[in-house]
Ligand binder design. Structure first.
Ligand code: DGL
Length: 252
């Protein structure tokens, strides 16, 4: 019996969960901190504290290993998690780097403030290739998506700003370095004035996972109930699941 813990700052990680259960049959325990999202603008210490609270909650389910479905958490806390919990944590950022190897040309990393300021993708891709890596913090998108918007004027307006560099330089590849962004992939395409490769790291995350089950079971835990989450779950998760709303930490 393989129990996999999957977590994100909110609903974005559902795009990762979806890729996971499609490729690896296991018992999935997903936690999305929909009460305190976004994490991307928060100080590292706070992201760390919230992440420990999430993992402490998931530890009750006899988890074999974890998938960190959140770029922001991966770049901020990964180093400390394995030491603290003595378990394996697969970060989405590793999948993102693997994904980048399949593409030629320059890259635009679209991510949260924390992800962009870590320069994780830029440092690692530029070390291995001659590609140039540009970075844009797309700070307004997560709130809009968590509030149920995947298209429309507000999303278009924000994307026009965040994609202006890509449109100006015709950057060949765009890495969706935040798990919320695949939800607005169509809007991203619409706001590009040329054809770019839009890379979703989640498509590469299950390469290395193993399990001994024939059927997946999915349990979803969110820290806040909302209409947007119900809509998104119905759109993304085409497998039976149970859902519970729980408070973790001091709910701050
Ligand atoms: N979904 C998260 C990520 O992949 C970040 C969203 C947030 O700012 O909380 O980075």
């Amino acid at each position: 019996m393989t129990n996999i813990g999957v977590f994100d700052s909110g609903l974005g990680g559902l795009t990762v969960l979806r890729e996971l259960y499609k490729h690896t049959k296991a018992n999935y325990y997903y936690f999305g901190d929909t009460l305190r999202v976004p994490y991307g603008n928060r100080p590292k210490e706070e992201i760390e504290k919230f992440t420990y609270q999430i993992v402490d909650f998931l530890e009750d389910f006899d988890i074999d290993f974890y998938v960190i479905a959140c770029n922001t958490i991966s770049v901020s806390v990964l180093d400390k998690l394995e030491g603290k919990y003595k378990k394996k944590f697969f970060p989405i950022t590793k999948a993102g780097l693997r994904a980048s190897e399949d593409f030629k040309g320059d890259f635009l990393v679209l991510g949260t403030k924390a992800t962009v300021e870590s320069h994780f993708y830029k440092k690692n891709i530029e070390k291995k290739t001659h590609s140039r890596v540009y970075e844009v913090p797309a700070i307004k998108l997560v709130d809009l998506i968590e509030n149920g918007q995947s298209q429309g004027d507000k999303i278009d307006q924000a994307l026009k700003e965040y994609l202006s560099l890509a449109n100006e330089k015709k950057i060949e590849n765009i890495i969706l370095a935040c798990t919320h962004y695949p939800i607005i992939k169509e809007s991203i395409k619409k706001n590009l004035t040329y054809k770019a490769n839009i890379i979703n790291p989640a498509s590469y995350i299950s390469d290395k996972l193993t399990s001994d089950l024939d059927e997946s079971r999915i349990k979803i835990y969110l820290s806040k109930e909302s209409r947007a989450s119900k809509k998104l779950l119905a759109k993304l998760i085409d497998h039976p699941y149970t859902i519970d709303y729980v408070r973790i930490g001091d709910g701050d």
